[in-house]
Design a protein around this ligand. Sequence first.
Ligand SMILES: [Zn+2]
Length: 512
Amino acid sequence: MRELLPPDSSFSLRQQPGRWLRKQLLTHDHLVIVTPSTIPESLWRQLPAELQGLSGTVRRLGKAGQRQLLAAHLPPGTRVTLARLPAVPADGSGTCMHALLRFGGQVAAEALSEKPKQLALLLLGVPEAEQPRVAGSLLLGLHAHHLPLPQFRSKPRLSPLARVTLLGAERELDLERVMIEAEALHLVRWLTSLPANHLDAGNYRELARTLAKRHGWSFRFHDQGELRRLGAGAFLAVAQGNGPGSEAGIVRLRYRPDGRRSKPDIALVGKGIIFDTGGVNLKPFRAMLDMHQDMSGSAVALGLLLALTRLKSRLAVDCYLAITENRIGPAAVKPRDVIRALDGTTIEMIHTDAEGRLVLADTLALAGREKPSMICDFATLTGSCVHAVSERYSGVFSNRPALHGPLVMAGQASGERLWPFPLDPDFDDDLDSSVADVLQCAVDAPADHILAARFLQRFVPADTTWVHMDLSSASRRQGLGQVPGGATGFGIRCMLALLVDQREAVGQALGH
Ligand SMILES: [Zn+2]
C-alpha cells in the first residue's frame, strides 16, 4: 500500500543565521523579504542597491491597506517577494498565530507561483523574539503549498522547490517541531483527500500496518467477526450496509516510549467513515459530494500518533481508527431499529446519517477498557457544529471543564482555533427513548453537536479525562490559515500545543 502513502517530496532547509552577505541574497531563484508592518528607512539601507529601489513602491503599496505582497523582477533572474507582517495589535497582545499562518500561506502561494527551485527567506528587522513564530509560519505555508496532494493526472503538476535557505535570524532556530508538524499535517491532508475507491477500508488498514512497521508501533485489527463476538453492535449497525466483502473494522496502534509495556496515558480515537452516503436516510447530491473526507478524524488520530512518535514523546499512546463505509443496501440499518452497543447500552436508531456517533461509541468503549488516563476523539461529526462556529473553528467538549481554558489557549497558540461547548447532563432529556436506553439522536432538537457529545460521553469511563473534537474545520473550500482550499489537517497543531506545550495543565486535569 506504499503508493497510497504520500511520497517524500519535502524540500531541504538550510539556516544561515547572523549577518548575511549581498551575494547570498541574489543567488536564489526567488528571494522572500519579510519585514515588520512598518519599515523604517534604516532597514532599506541594509539591502543591496538593486533592492533599495523597491522601497518607494513598497511605501506606495503600504498606503490604505493595499496588498502586502509584491513580486518584483530583478535583472539577474532573481525574483523577489516583499512581505510585510500583519500589524501588531495596539493592545500589546502580539500578532495572533492564526493571522501569522494566513500570512505564511499568502507568501508561500505568491512565491511558489513562480515555480522556484531554490528559495531564500530573509527576516529583515523582525524582532528576535518573533523570529521562531514568523519562520515557522512561513515554513508551514511553504509545506502546505509545495507538498502535492493525491493526483491521478497523466502529467502530475508538481512544485519543483528543492531547497529553502533561512537568512537574517539572530541565531539558529529550533525548527524541528515545525517540520514534524508539517509532515503530520500533510499525512492528514493527503489521506483525507484520497478518493474512497483508492482509500477503501482494506487499503486503509494495510496503510496503517505499513506505518506501524515503519515507526515501531504494535498493530492490531478487530475485524467484524471479532467485533461481533465483542458485542460491538453500534459499530456493526453502520458496517452492515456495506455489503459482502466489506473489510470494515477497528485498527489499534500502540506507541510505547522505549518499548516498555504499560497502560496507555492517552488513547486517540478517530472516526474513519471511508464514504458516507447517509445510509437509508440518503444524503442529497451536494451534501454527499465530498463524503470521502468523512474519515478525517481517524487521519488526525494517525497524524498525531506520528507526530508524538517523531517528537519522542514520553506519553504511552493508543490510537484507534474506526473504519467503515456508511452505505445503503438491503441489510442497512433503519430508523427505529434498536441496537446494542459494546458496553450493553441499547440505542434506538433515529437517523442513519448520524452514524459517526455509533462507530465512536463502541470504539470509545473499547479504548476505555485499557484504562487510559485520557481519551481524545476526533470526528467530522455534526453539521450543527459548523453552523455554530463555521469552518474557521472546531468545537471541543470535555468532561473536565478545567480543560476548557487550556484548550482555548492551545487553539490560539497553534492558530488552529478551538471553542468549548457545554456538556450539562440535562441535555440528555432530548435523548430519552421510550423503548431503549437512549436515542441515537434527537428527532427535532437544537444543538445536535452538544447532543452528540452527550451521547458519546456515555461510552467513556467516568474516571477517564475525555476531550471530544467536532472537526467543523476539517475541510474548507477557501483554505484555512496557511493551508490552501480542501482538507486542512486541522487538529494536529492544536493537540500538540495541548499535549506537549501545556503538559502541566493537562497533567493537573489528569490528576498526575
Ligand atoms: Zn453521516
